[in-house]
Design a protein around this ligand. Structure first.
Ligand SMILES: [Zn+2]
Length: 131
């Protein structure tokens, strides 16, 4: 019989070091967004209590809200059974989605096509610098 030590956190040896991170509203349970975390992003999130992700398109850390002000305060961190998916329970300021919606999941797939099922909180053009 073998025993393995309980993992202390996510296993960043998996998935080329980038793990999906789900941000869920602490109060309502609404799924706000899904992004990627590197070990560095995770460590900074734990250290600061603010959600930090890894932007694959920019190839660098993405401190949620540093441009938009729409930061996420992390209240609890969970990992899944395989330790390769991270769940953050957060307090979201403003809109989680860069499109200006509270949740990135503002479109529902219906037989007639995509339906926008949420209200836009902010005009993205007013929040994000162009170019
Ligand atoms: Zn979004």
């Amino acid at each position: 019989m073998t025993t393995t030590p309980a993992p202390s956190g996510p296993d960043f040896t998996r998935n080329d070091g980038l793990l999906p991170a789900i941000a869920q509203d602490l109060a309502t349970g609404e799924v706000l967004m899904v992004a990627w975390m590197s070990a560095e992003a995770y460590a900074e999130t734990v250290r600061t209590g603010r959600a930090v992700y890894y932007s694959r398109s920019r190839g660098k850390l993405w401190r949620k809200g540093e441009e938009s002000g729409h930061a996420q305060t992390v209240r609890a961190i969970y990992i899944d059974c395989d330790a390769d998916t991270i769940l953050l329970k957060v307090e979201q300021v403003g809109a989680a989605c860069h499109e200006g919606y509270r949740s990135c999941f503002f479109r529902q797939v219906t037989p007639e096509g995509l339906a926008v099922v949420a209200e836009r909180l902010v005009d993205p053009a007013s929040v994000y610098r162009q170019g």
